[in-house]
Design a protein around this ligand. Structure first.
Ligand SMILES: [Zn+2]
Length: 442
């Protein structure tokens, strides 16, 4: 921590209206800050989350961080807000598979004798986008950060909704391709399995390696047989055995309950292009805008994967083949690389199904996309908006908007929680973006 530049500011501010300690705890890093009553960011800092050292050590690190931030602020903070992953209520961290803790009371995260409030990490980010960011003034919207994983903050009547038990917003585990790939959670065909940044990178790497290993003359293999968009055909050996599935997250699901079940015929996300058993011409690149006729469902690029090894674009990644990031995949897709296009197309298809379902169920006024993959910009927003609209026949699709607060959403949301804990009604209502940007947050 380098409190020197801000220490004086924080100290001066502490005498005027107080401040809160805000902490956003992620799986790899914690972002902390001191935030004044008017939204002034007095200090920020970042530390690694010692997840590998066990949950007790993580709690200890959080307590130390809160104490150090408060010390830098000089004077007792008005409250503490902490955003954590997993199953969370405002006064208890019930469970986190990611970090490993169970049933930690809010007070356990701070050594200070001040009011404290907990929030779910994504819902806390959604709170910040709702009060301060892209959702400001919107009562009903979805905040969907697309990063390593996918979860949503369902904002209803201005409040992120956690549901009856705190599981609300797990849109990443909505099945979008029945008969598709198994998700880490144990379910089949989850959105996250196709559209998270980690999944896009993983599926691309798998596709390249399988393309290289399945170049067997005379054996026609469809894209879907390999990559799980459509179900496996039962008349061909499935190259991806259950042993290749990742282990389900502990405590989430009993593994194996679905594996042996016969897969039903697919209703099919693609009415055209899924040629039975044969190879069809590769469709280079993402589909151009306007390719969706009326309300027809978009076909996905289909091609004989045996041709992938000869992709003229794959060579670009030769030094790091198999290690392309999601951003690389999007970039390659935009340049017409067939393998990358197919993977990105699956991600867009999956997102459009999930968002159509969300739209029909909850009628949001907008959908705010954040997280690393939202940095793809038009490569994500344009085709996704088009596909979402193509799935909705009797209503307009809600607009897709980029998140406004970036990686700071969680910390700013935690500050709002801290002010809520301090008893301030509607914290953030008068904060301006100018104030939030000064000084800049690392
Ligand atoms: Zn899942």
């Amino acid at each position: 921590m380098d409190p020197d530049p801000s220490r004086g500011v924080a100290a001066a501010h502490a005498t005027r209206g107080g401040y809160v300690v805000a902490l956003d705890v992620g799986g790899t890093a914690m972002k902390g800050g001191l935030v004044g009553a008017g939204g002034e960011i007095l200090l920020t800092d970042r530390r690694p989350t010692p997840r590998d050292e066990g949950p007790l050590r993580v709690i200890e690190a959080i307590r130390d961080f809160v104490a150090d931030l408060a010390r830098a602020g000089q004077g007792t903070p008005s409250g503490v807000g902490v955003a954590v992953p997993g199953l969370v209520t405002e006064d208890r961290a019930v469970y986190s598979a990611n970090i490993g803790w169970k049933d930690v009371p809010a007070a356990g995260f701070t050594p200070l004798d001040v009011p404290v409030r907990l929030g779910h990490d994504v819902r806390t980010g959604g709170l910040a986008e709702s009060v301060l960011g892209a959702g400001r003034g919107e009562r009903d919207f979805l905040f969907l950060p697309i990063g390593t994983g996918i979860a949503g903050a369902v904002v209803m009547s201005g409040t992120p909704y956690g549901g009856s038990s705190g599981w609300g917003g797990e849109i990443g585990h909505i099945p979008v391709f029945p008969g598709g790939e198994r998700c880490a959670c144990g379910q089949i065909g989850c959105l996250e399995t196709y559209a998270s940044a980690a999944s896009v990178a993983r599926r691309y790497a798998e596709r390249l390696s399988r393309a290289a290993s399945t170049r067997t003359p005379g054996l026609p293999i469809r894209t879907g047989d390999l990559y799980g968009g459509p179900p496996a055909r039962r008349d061909l050996p499935h190259p991806e055995g259950p042993q290749n599935f990742r282990s389900p997250a502990p405590g989430l699901r009993t593994p194996g309950s679905v594996e042996e079940r016969a897969l039903p015929p697919e209703p099919g996300p693609r009415p055209s292009g899924s040629v039975e058993g044969g190879s069809v011409s590769p469709e280079p690149g993402l589909r151009p805008s306007g390719s969706v006729e009326g309300r027809a469902v978009s076909p996905r690029p289909s091609q004989d994967v045996t041709s992938l090894g000869s992709s003229p674009y794959v060579g670009e990644l030769a030094p790091a083949r198999g290690h392309a990031t999601a951003e690389d995949v999007v970039r390659l897709a935009m340049r017409g690389d067939p393998a990358a296009s197919a993977i990105w197309d699956d991600a867009l298809e999956a997102l459009s199904y999930a968002l159509a379902t969300y739209t029909l169920l909850l009628d949001p006024s907008m959908i705010v996309l954040g997280g690393g993959l939202a940095q793809a910009g038009p490569a994500l927003f344009d085709p996704l908006a088009e596909r979402l609209q193509s799935r909705l026949t009797f209503r307009a699709a809600p607009p897709l908007r980029p998140a406004a607060l970036g990686m700071n959403a969680g910390m700013l949301g935690a500050a709002l929680l801290g002010w809520q804990a301090a008893g301030v009604p509607n914290p953030g209502a008068t904060w301006t973006l100018d104030v939030l940007r000064s000084p800049s947050v690392p």
